[in-house]
Design a protein around this ligand. Sequence first.
Ligand SMILES: [Zn+2]
Length: 252
Amino acid sequence: MKFRYFITLTLQTLIAFSALGGSAFALICLERQNTALATPKQSRWDETAPLVIVDAGHGGHDGGAVANGIIEKNLALDLARRLQRELESAGLRVRMTRSGDTFLSLEERAALAGTHQAAAFVSVHLNTDGEGSSAEGIETYFAEAQPLSARQFTQTSSGTKTVTSADFASTVQRMTCTTTKAQNRGTKARSYAVVAQAPCPAVLVECGFITSATESARIKRDAYRDQIAAGIARGVVLFLETQPKLVAEVTR
Ligand SMILES: [Zn+2]
């Protein structure tokens, strides 16, 4: 009797364990499947992909703005690095103006776009308002007066279309605000040297107000900075994808 009970118990244990093993196996298979699904989609660009200059604002002795425990140069570099990863995983080539805590003049930053024949230039900054201000949101700046080379002429079925930094700014602004759900403060024409002197479509993104208690708290979260970077990257990719000239070059 005792022996039979033991056998039954052993059998039950065995069945329970095989069921568990089966579930674990199923889970592993599912995990494999998910990983396969999560692999990046085929990029439309290869090694001749357009190059994007990513510029982390300030650096070195120029710390930029300071508020709510944030030093602009540090967060700008953090955001720039996240943006670099996003753009590279989308298949674009990236050149950073600075990858450490170093100082470069605005002219040197803009000139890198010419040196590397960049297709686009993105400068990353953080905004400020008066102390205790509740102003928040994202805004994107572009320069109306840029060298002629910054205007990209693309051939469309209805003729030649000129693509400018204003188009680039509105795409980046729209995608960044959609992704982050931040307040959309729009695009603004302002001749900041770093964007005015770049010989390619160029924007300066003010990624949020560090003077705002609520927005600075959001910006301190890694997940939110990932969203900002992903949003800007989506804007850059969308802008570059809609330029027939650049697409034609890489699909030749
Ligand atoms: Zn700044």
